[in-house]
Design a protein. Structure first.
Length: 627
């Protein structure tokens, strides 16, 4: 059987995916080991994977009876970090020679904001180990759990027989047709025709539907409507996404629509509105909780009494009966929280949380499905009868670090496979509400077959009269040279960064400083390279011109701007060399995200002689010059 024939069999295809995931796992584990052993603390801090030194704060048992400790970073507070809810971490100390010693336990992030983190510890011994150290650091640990859950999910779907999971496998990857219900379409006068058709396709789908939402086309609005309508027919649905940020975004929109959401896990943006619908906060606010807390405290006190003989037996009996009462109360609180919620929201991996054990859902909605590894999507699919994917496979792909695994097809998502295998289940949203038409048109032609249209209210939007919506500032011959700094830390082009900041100053001055502030015009500066982003931030911080405007300006990587938009976007492309080497910029989906963040003005800075070796950049450059 040839390779292609093999991949037409759903089971062989999934087996192949399993092997590729194993390659990625081994690669990432090895990378982590090397980074842990060889990389200095300074570089780990710069990459956002480590805080050092720390202040150790208070410790306590949280609402879920987990022992937690608060830590705060003392230095390097301006560096963006990669810590988020659910990620495993480890603690370390450093001796005078700079050698690191790791404490022999791992912990889990429970809650994190800019500079403070609450970490779940394995138990009192871990706390004692921390308290005995003078200077501590914390760093991200290799995420074994997520991989284990993905491997388990793939095994489950590969071996599924005579059940719904096996049927979905054959529909998504095989020749089984996707079926639908037949009833009169429902009118949604507040949606545009493409959105209305997409919601109807979701409601009619028995097995699967896909909402393909290019930039600015109102994918979230459509998805919220589809969830809201589905809840007229089902008592509860499961809503998942790859990242905590995407789960927060859709949860917030559902809450605004009046839907009761129970969020498993903690949000990435920590505010009271977001926290109010988390499981932990709801659990704590339940009327039975104080009683449960009292029982748990009594259990802990009994444990701390170290008695002998008969009294010891007596204490053990007391503990056991209190534990039974605590379990009873926990079950009661959980039942009441789950029965009140119409939407259970969590990341794909968190859908394996023990709270959802044995739960089944009529419908699973996966948002940002084009950013998720296929294996991760199968984790919640095992709990559902039908699946609705939403996303855009022409925007950010999933992260795959192992080149071999990427070449073998690990980056191909389940959503892409279904789009190819069952094109009839896809609804494409075609009317966009974000960008000036000239900014949109290039992306529409290159990525979406030219079908996107601009809503009349945004078509000609601009900040200044007679402004050019897109400019390419060609840095060719300006001594804007790229430098390579640090393995996988990427590239930097300092003169281009300085030019970029200069361009923004000029533009703010043209708009008028008062107007810029009073109309709260917002700006994003994007670079695909982290080193460039940090250098741009540094330039901004050191320049007093920007002081009044700082709250309105964000500097970040392309991934950091996913799902966001700004009035003005500047993109620093960095690459400048005689060989036309563009490396990372070859990933055109990332560029699609970058250029479609701008509502009214897009300024691209890059060396045309380097970039136009590539057909995409040549076409983009010619398009801009021809406007």
């Amino acid at each position: 059987m040839g390779d292609n024939a093999a991949l037409h069999s759903p089971i062989l295809r999934l087996q192949h995916h399993y092997d590729l995931l194993k390659m990625e796992y081994e690669y990432e584990k090895e990378q982590f080991k090397q980074q842990t052993e060889l990389m200095g603390v300074g570089r780990k801090i710069k990459r956002g994977m480590c805080w050092y030194p720390l202040n150790l704060g208070r410790n306590y048992y949280n609402a879920l009876n987990q022992l937690v400790v608060e830590v705060e970073r003392r230095e390097d507070k301006e560096i963006e970090h990669l810590f988020e809810y659910g990620r495993p971490v480890c603690f370390f100390t450093q001796d005078a020679t700079g050698r690191l010693s790791y404490l022999d336990f791992t912990a889990t992030v429970n809650y994190v904001d800019e500079d403070r983190m609450v970490v779940i510890l394995s138990g009192p011994d871990a706390l004692l180990a921390l308290q005995g150290k003078e200077v501590l650091g914390v760093q991200l640990y290799f995420d074994e759990t997520s991989y284990r859950l993905m491997f388990d999910a793939l095994k489950r779907v590969i071996s599924a027989k005579n059940n719904r999971l096996a049927e979905l496998r054959e529909i998504f990857h095989g020749a089984h047709p996707a079926s639908s219900f037949s009833f009169q379409p429902i009118r949604f006068p507040w949606l545009n025709p493409a959105q209305e058709a997409a919601v109807n396709k979701v409601l009619h789908a028995k097995d699967v539907a896909i909402v393909h939402g290019p930039p600015g086309t109102g994918k979230t609005t459509t998805l919220v409507e589809a969830i809201y309508e589905t809840l007229h027919r089902e008592s509860q649905v499961l809503v998942c996404a790859q990242s905590n940020m995407a789960v927060d975004w859709i949860s917030e929109k559902l809450v605004d629509r009046g839907v009761s959401v129970l969020r498993i896990g903690n949000p990435s943006r920590v505010n009271d509105k977001m926290l109010s619908f988390t499981y932990e906060r709801r659990f704590e606010s339940h009327p039975d909780y104080p009683h449960l807390w009292g029982i748990r405290r009594a259990i802990r006190e009994l444990y701390s009494r170290n008695r002998k003989g008969a009294e010891r037996e007596n204490i053990r009996q007391k503990i056991n009966s209190l534990k039974d009462r605590a379990t009873e109360l926990e079950i009661r609180i959980n039942e009441s929280l789950f029965s009140e919620a119409r939407v259970i929201a969590c990341t794909l991996v968190s859908s394996a949380n023990r709270l959802l054990m044995g739960q089944k859902f009529g419908t699973l909605f996966i948002d940002e499905a084009a950013q998720a590894l296929e294996a991760a999507c199968w984790i919640p699919i095992a709990k559902a009868d039908r699946v609705i994917f939403a996303g855009d496979h022409c925007q950010l792909p999933p992260t795959v670090k192992c080149y071999e695994a990427l070449r073998g097809g690990l980056g191909e998502t389940l959503m892409q496979a279904v789009v190819r295998n069952k094109p009839g289940v896809v609804s494409l949203l075609t009317l966009q509400y974000r960008m000036n038409d000239e900014i949109m048109r290039f992306s529409s032609e290159w990525f979406y077959g030219g079908v996107l249209r601009s809503a009349p209210e945004v078509k000609y939007r601009s900040i200044l009269d007679f402004d050019t919506p897109i400019e390419w500032v060609n840095t060719e011959g300006m001594d804007c040279n790229e430098e390579f700094i640090g393995e996988s830390y990427g590239r930097i082009n300092k003169p281009e960064a300085e030019l970029c900041i200069g361009q923004l100053k000029q533009y703010i001055t043209r708009i008028g400083r008062e107007r810029f502030l009073s109309e709260r015009i917002d700006v994003g500066i994007i670079s695909p390279y982290k080193a460039q982003v940090q250098y741009l931030r540094q330039l901004m911080r050191c320049d007093s011109f920007f002081k009044p405007y700082r709250p309105l300006i964000t500097v970040n990587t392309v991934d950091g701007f996913q799902g966001q938009e700004r009035d003005v976007i500047l993109i620093s492309l960095v690459r400048a060399n005689e060989e036309g080497q563009i490396g990372f910029l070859n990933d055109l989906r990332r560029m699609n995200v970058a250029i479609t963040r701008a509502r009214m003005k897009l300024i691209i800075l890059g060396d045309a002689s380097t970039l136009t070796w590539h057909a995409f950049y040549r076409k983009l450059y010619d398009y801009i010059k021809g406007l």
